[in-house]
Design a protein around this ligand. Sequence first.
Ligand code: APR
Length: 253
Amino acid sequence: MQTNFLTSRLRDVAEMIHKSDYTVAITGAGISAESGIPPFRGENGLWSKYDPIVLELNYFYQNPVEAWEVIREIFYDFFGKAKPNAAHYSLTHLQESGFLQEIVTQNIDNLHHASGGSNIIEFHGSSVKLICTKCGEIYDKDKVNLDELPPRCDKDQAVLKPDFIFFGEGIPQEAYQKSIEAFNKAKLVIIIGTTGEVAPASSLPYIAKKNGAKIIEINTESTSFTNSITDIFLKGKAGDVLPEIEKLITGKL
Ligand code: APR
């Protein structure tokens, strides 16, 4: 893309964020790519290396050791070491300076929290907590020994499951309600690093669009949103584009 063209688009976006009194960001795996976390789909995606069956509830209950071996490798050994990148920090800075009201993330990697962000709705739950499949007791991942699999509840010895949703599970009630409210209030939506292939998360920006909100999208590739509801598409890495927008908004350019 030509630099001048991109710069003028970035200026337009910075101005839109500046003027909006309620901006909501929705993030997907792409925002964590520059933290070393691979996306789910696509050629180098997690699901081309691992069998997603490990995140199917029936398989998990019937084969907790086999499922946990893969879950531990992906979501704890590997994701657990990831650090927030420039994109996470830019969103946090925009929140701190009052330009971004809420972040709805499909990611379970905790990186928005790790960057100091607030008002974060974890639509698919989080890997930092584990939940007892019998009594519902919640455990902090750092307090659970994953050397012996499957991890079990201290109270009833039932298997613990990561507190993020598996295939076929419903969205956590509170996260769902809060997200609907956020997108109903939004005057501006920033969609970052998501293919928009997984419902119901993919339907959220449409709620805002229907209410007249403007839609900005940041992605290295076009998606199902790009030619349907996106008003301004910024093609590029979230970790490059978001800091540029932040600089423009805070007047440093
Ligand atoms: N910056 C911005 N976008 C990027 C970057 C980057 N550096 N790298 C990759 N992308 C984009 C890809 O082009 C793609 O559109 O991020 C998107 C990642 O898409 P998916 O892998 O489908 O991830 P996501 O949309 O978050 O998946 C949704 O699916 O498997 C479930 O529950 C899981 O939350 C996940 C949901």
